[in-house]
Design a protein around this ligand. Sequence first.
Ligand code: AMP
Length: 114
Amino acid sequence: MSECIFCRIAAGRAAARIVLEDEAAVVFHDLHPQAPVHLLVIPRRHVVSVAEGTTEDRELFGHLLLLAARAARLTGVADSGFRIVTNCGANAGQSVFHLHLHVLGGRAMRWPPG
Ligand code: AMP
């Protein structure tokens, strides 16, 4: 089976427009942006989704949220507001099965989401 695309990005084996990274996570621009700013925050470690998280992932999951907020500040959407979304499973429309937080900003968002 071919390696997960987000594992490849995290390992530097696939191209991505990286915004920031550290030992545990990488933030990069989504290939098909749905807002003026659309970032993805991923753990370097392969986790399928938050649904698979355990108490051992508590620190990592908190870290991803803090990185999302930091990336929103870095890309200039923090003051106007932004949305963090993570899709889990089929009904939510998850298409890449490596945990990622979408960070969307730069335009007004509607609620409820479609
Ligand atoms: P989801 O549908 O929640 O699983 O989101 C997956 C997201 O990954 C989509 O918004 C895709 O546009 C994005 N995506 C897929 N492959 C890449 C890639 N190689 N680089 C950047 N974004 C990607």
